[in-house]
Design a binder for this molecule. Structure first.
Ligand code: ADP
Ligand code: MG
Length: 381
């Protein structure tokens, strides 16, 4: 598995047909959108930092599919990637984000008071609640393409900003480099820290170059507000706790995130954002809010029901395994989260999770008693 993209200008001495990747066995959004025509048109373009079409698509070429999720199959290397390779990104974004059009405008709502309910997900089923998003610092290339110097600068800026937080957000930075193997593994096992760079998706996109240089985790004292530095995005901001109080998790997420944004802005380093794409992030699946609000929920019966997948789809939810995106569910514990991130607000997306999970827990209880859930299955939207 390659650890990065290599620039090779000799490729332009070959015909597009001779360079075009074999996508015949592929099932990802990029493979569906890329054509030889488009490749011909875009392959000699590059962004100001030097990201090319071949860099955009490499992860999708090397990873034809994924056992658990439908992958996007491409990444951005910098903010400009979405403009320079717009003709490829637009159909992918449309396909991944429920028909979101190039003329559509994204909305933001980080007022946690607008969320209805969410403080009473049954903790007998909902083991933990979590909301995360990504943020990119304007002016620096994104993880698939950043240089070592850029990555270290992002780390320095982030640690300075985060260390100025106070009260419930007061915390400390733990660079990967100065952690013992055991400390790192414990944080991973407790679901606080990103995995080691084992995912082929991460490796093939170039995000794992120079690992563990300038990577780390910052968190508050009770590990309920955490920030990953330089994993898939410059920043991943996470609020989480055990049990089913999504309302409180979302409150802490919104308040902490807005404090961070304010500090960066004041320091002259705003986040990448525009009206159409919302917050600009590495993976097109995260554009918009970048938000994944989810719970670890035990669904022993429902997960075996023939309509499980259909119910998730109709509720606009997705499932992952217990240990994250590359894992299977252990003991019927699934990570159930919002499927959409673009075109609807943070509040709307978390509301879908709260309402959807509540319904699924009710279904689970019915199935436990041997009753039918046929009349509870939501209609196709
Ligand atoms: P993401 O990149 O969207 O944050 P991943 O699927 O890569 O999520 O998982 C990252 C880590 O977060 C994993 O350890 C996973 O188990 C953990 N995680 C995700 N959702 C929850 C949740 N609701 N409760 C506890 N841990 C979670
Ligand atoms: Mg991840």
């Amino acid at each position: 598995m390659p650890f990065g993209n290599t620039h090779n200008k000799h490729k332009l001495n070959f015909k597009p047909e001779e360079e075009y990747p074999d996508l015949s066995k592929h099932n990802n959004h990029m493979a569906k959108a890329l054509t030889l025509e488009l490749y011909k048109k875009l392959r000699d373009k590059e962004t100001p930092s030097g990201f090319t079409l071949d860099d955009v698509i490499q992860t999708g070429v090397d990873n034809p599919g994924h056992p658990f999720i439908m992958t996007v199959g491409c990444v951005a290397g910098d903010e400009e990637s979405y403009m320079v390779f717009k003709e490829l990104f637009d159909p992918i974004i449309q396909d991944r984000h429920g028909g979101y059009k190039p003329t559509d405008k994204h909305k933001t709502d980080l007022n946690h008071e607008n969320l209805k309910g969410g403080d009473d997900l049954d903790p007998n089923y909902v083991l933990s609640s979590r909301v995360r998003t990504g943020r990119s610092i304007k002016g620096y290339a994104l993880p698939p393409h950043c240089s070592r110097g850029e990555r270290r600068a992002v780390e320095k800026l982030s640690v300075e900003a985060l260390n100025s937080l106070t009260g419930e957000f007061k915390g400390k930075y733990y660079p990967l480099k100065s952690m013992t193997e055991q400390e790192q593994q414990q944080l991973i096992d407790d679901h606080f820290l990103f995995d080691k760079p084992v995912s082929p998706l991460l490796l093939a996109s170039g995000m794992a170059r120079d690992w563990p240089d300038a990577r780390g985790i910052w968190h508050n004292d009770n590990k309920s507000f955490l920030v990953w530095v330089n994993e898939e995005d410059h920043l991943r901001v996470i609020s989480m706790e055990k049990g089913g109080n999504m309302k409180e998790v979302f409150r802490r997420f919104c308040v902490g995130l807005q404090k961070i944004e304010e500090i960066f802005k004041k320091a002259g380093h705003p986040f990448m954002w525009n009206e159409h794409l919302g917050y600009v992030l590495t993976c097109p699946s995260n554009l918009g809010t970048g938000l994944r609000g989810g719970v670890h929920v035990k669904l022993a019966h429902l997960s075996k029901h023939p309509k499980f997948e259909e119910i998730l789809t109709r509720l606009r939810l997705q499932k992952r395994g217990t240990g994250g995106v590359d894992t299977a569910a252990v003991g019927s514990v699934f990570d159930v989260s919002n499927a959409d991130r673009l075109g609807s607000s943070e509040v709307e997306q978390v509301q879908l999770v709260v309402d959807g999970v509540k319904l699924m827990v009710e279904m689970e209880k019915k199935l436990e008693k041997g009753q039918s859930i046929d009349d509870m299955i939501p209609a196709q939207k």
